[in-house]
Write a protein that binds this ligand. Structure first.
Ligand code: BGC
Length: 758
């Protein structure tokens, strides 16, 4: 039972609002396709549903209207599209339509099994006329065959003998979800996909559609495989196709329909129509049971490397497993895609990629699956040209500025104060290229990609900042905290920019020492003089510090603002962004999320411990955590400061955020950055891992509520297992050569096992 709790997500709710949340929680995805957990048979008319399926990196362009359009404002943006709806299967028993909102539901349960990679719906139902049937439906988005989504539908009759009919649909007439009252989802109803062709070849129903403005084609191919003798009838119009399957069933007998659905797109395939047929034929060569088995094997390898085990709290363990599983479901595994803020589970944030990837999610992949981490960084490298163009739009003469939110590389943020102005994304990306280098030691990657990204982002800082007397300052940017916008010298931004500049210099020197700089320096026109300027700006970077309080002010004007009246703000006024005009919020000391505290985690050596502690205490009082990217960071820094109880509390708020719908918007999709934050909370927070130029460091602590915790990481060709219990921390070298590690700032050579007292 507890084993099941740790590895399965379950629900038996038919409550209208929980059903919306469950559509997200029970979506299946594999990094390429994602299908929400909608009921095949649909819902009563008055039920709200967000019915959707998405392909990572497939988008349309949507117009952005501004009341007052100033120079350089974006006039269009990309947006993930809802693709052909293949989810429909209605079931009729003696003419009665199966519905969980009709007849008697004798048993109902949905289960997401994270070891099998399968979502199941188990039902025992009595029809209004008294026919009892058992229904088992399983869905899979295959990790092995990324284009494949399957619905495997079995009906067992308990007391009925006669005809049953499946009515299976493939609908090309689809829309995206919208809500004009919530800035976190699209505000207008728009149709993005138009059916081009609809046909049947080799018994496969195929619909190819094209997006209206980006002209990307998407093909869906559907094939029905039925367990026994049946009659099949097809009805088709110019937008959709319906397949009726008639079968005979006896009491005690089961009938099964497997609906194979293949998705392809023209971003990846030159002829996506043909590719869908080819992929379908390829998939059909493998028995379905074997495809399930392969899914399990894939996941078993994933869990073997990536699992984080906590002993002593099964609900927490469930939340951790869910987070890691969702990261795997969400991550783009090819060069065309990245990780959307909501993964492939919903339409919140319109399928855009943010800094969430580098600062919150990449660490997980970096430490558990180097190839996926490299792929995410490759994506940024591929978008460097677009980032250069973006910098020019923003008036910069040189360098590259990564867009705040994007799919194909150009800026998609329509509200620049808390969007485009977040220049820190440049340094966030640079930071992760450096971390990648620390973890892999891959100089080839630095030469071929990393250095160019760091040089171009460094150039941007030089073009953005300026000297005031002897210090380098950066004006008019927004830090991570979106409740404080367009400020001078945001501590986080300056600190990260400093690191960006410093490592641009270091990468330059590193390549020079290895005689590998010439080609790149020539390509980009970099001179030693320019590199010296980077060095100087890094050294002279101004980092706000308040001596009296011994804290880093979030920016130049932050501490002189009035403090938000928390006492008189009713609970239902959070998140503030949905209840107050932004300008009103900007006038106060109130933070949506970790900002300076995040800088103190990422670059802890920039400040003395007392400043980190005092800053933590200061910002804790004025942070609402209205963003889901916040509590994990407070947990990590609390653990560093030895505040284990607090670290634990913040961590508990992080791990089950979607499972318990804590932010009340899980219906729009999972919060993937927060899931990366769950991983970081364990590994960087409780285990105190830091990866620096000087090596690998651990500083483990353990909350009193747990017996132990354990995980593995890959570092410089090694695999290390870390086990921490109430008495000791235990490091085991599972693969690779001996290695120097630091625990509580003491140096050790790890060649087998090391055990250190807590
Ligand atoms: C946060 C951003 C984040 C975005 C997407 C916003 O609410 O403030 O930091 O990048 O959500 O997850």
């Amino acid at each position: 039972m507890t084993e099941n709790l740790k590895w399965q997500i379950t629900s038996d709710s038919l409550d209208a609002s929980q059903l919306l949340v469950d559509e997200t929680l029970f979506h299946v995805a594999n990094g390429y396709i994602g299908v929400r957990g909608n009921f095949e048979e649909g819902y009563p008319n008055h039920y709200n549903t967000i019915r959707g399926a998405y392909i990572n990196g497939v988008y349309d362009i949507s117009e952005v209207k501004h009341g007052e359009k100033l120079h350089g404002f974006i006039d269009s943006k990309q947006k993930i599209i809802n693709i052909t709806d293949v989810q429909g299967i209605k079931l009729y028993i003696a003419g009665e339509k199966f519905s969980l909102f009709d007849g008697k539901v004798l048993n109902f349960k949905r289960i997401l099994d994270m070891r099998e990679g399968i979502y199941k719906r188990q039902i025992l139902w009595e029809s209004p006329k008294g026919h009892i049937i058992e229904i088992n439906i399983q869905r899979m988005a295959s990790f092995i065959k990324p284009e494949l989504f399957v619905i495997d539908y079995t009906v067992r009759s308990i007391n009925y003998e006669g005809e049953i009919v499946f009515v299976s649909t493939q609908k090309g007439d689809v829309f995206n979800y919208f809500d004009p009252t919530d800035p976190r989802v699209a505000g207008e109803l728009e149709k993005h996909l138009t059916v081009e062709t609809i046909d049947i070849q080799k018994d496969i129903g195929i619909i190819t559609s094209i997006t209206n403005k980006s002209h990307i084609r998407v093909t869906s191919a559907v094939k029905h495989v039925v367990s026994s003798q049946h009659e099949l009838e097809r009805i088709q119009d110019d937008k959709s196709s319906t397949t009726k399957i008639r079968l005979y069933i006896k009491a005690g007998q089961a009938q099964r329909l497997v609906k194979y659905c293949i998705f392809t797109d023209s971003v990846r395939f030159s002829d996506c129509h043909q590719a869908a047929i080819d992929k379908m034929e390829e998939v059909l060569e493998t028995p379905i049971e074997q495809l399930y088995q392969l899914q399990k094997v894939y996941l078993s390898a994933f869990w073997d490397k990536a699992d984080v085990v906590v002993n002593g709290d099964d609900r927490l363990q469930q939340g951790i497993h869910f987070s890691l599983f969702e990261l795997l479901q969400s991550v783009g595994k090819d060069q065309y895609s990245n990780i959307a803020a909501k993964g492939l589970s919903g339409e919140g944030y319109e399928g855009h990629y943010f800094w969430d990837t580098e600062i919150y999610m990449l660490p997980f992949f970096l430490l558990t699956d180097k190839a996926l981490a490299e792929n995410l960084l490759n994506y940024r490298y591929e978008k460097l040209e677009a980032a250069r163009e973006n910098a020019r739009i923003l008036g910069h003469k040189k360098g590259a500025l990564y867009p705040w939110r994007t799919i194909s590389g150009s800026e998609c943020s329509a509200y620049f104060p808390s969007g485009t102005a977040q220049y820190h994304i440049n340094a966030d990306i640079a930071y992760m290229f450096v971390q990648y280098y620390f973890v892999t030691g891959d100089l080839d990657f630095v030469e071929s990609k990393g250095a160019e990204v760091l040089f171009e982002t460094a150039r941007l800082w030089m073009d953005t900042g300026h000297y005031v007397e002897d210090s380098f300052r950066i004006d008019a940017v927004t830090g991570p905290d979106e409740y404080t916008c367009i400020v001078n010298n945001n501590y986080y931004t300056n600190c990260m920019a400093k690191y960006n500049l410093k490592w641009a210099v270091k990468f330059y020197e590193l390549l020079k020492e290895n005689n590998r700089i010439e080609h790149l320096a020539q390509k980009l026109g970099i001179t030693e003089e320019e590199v010296n300027e980077w060095q100087q700006a890094a050294e002279k970077m101004y980092l706000p510090y308040d001596e009296k309080l011994d804290i880093n002010p979030q920016d130049d004007s932050f501490l002189s603002k009035a403090i938000w009246d928390f006492e008189n703000t009713p609970k239902d006024q959070y998140p503030l962004l949905l209840h107050y005009h932004p300008l009103y919020i900007y006038r106060y000391q109130v933070c949506k999320q970790a900002d300076t505290v995040l800088a103190h985690f990422l670059l802890e050596d920039e400040q003395k411990l007392s400043t980190i502690k005092k800053s933590y205490e200061y910002y804790e009082k004025i942070t609402t955590h209205d963003s889901s990217l916040s509590t994990c960071i407070f947990s990590i820094v609390a653990a560093k400061l030895g505040e284990i109880r607090k670290a634990y509390d913040y961590f508990m708020q992080t791990t089950r955020l979607d499972l318990d719908n804590i932010h009340h918007n899980t219906k729009d999709g999972i919060h993937t950055a927060n899931m990366g934050g769950t991983y970081m909370g364990m590994v960087y927070g409780f285990a105190g891992l830091r990866i620096k130029e000087s090596g690998i460091f651990f500083n483990p602590v353990i909350p009193e509520q747990w017996k132990s915790y354990e995980f593995k990481i890959c570092y410089q060709g090694r695999m290390i297992k870390i086990h921490v219990n109430q008495e000791q921390s235990h490091y085991t070298l599972l693969e690779g050569k001996e290695l120097k590690i630091h625990v509580y700032d003491q140096e050790y050579i790890l060649n087998d096992d090391i055990i250190i007292k807590i």
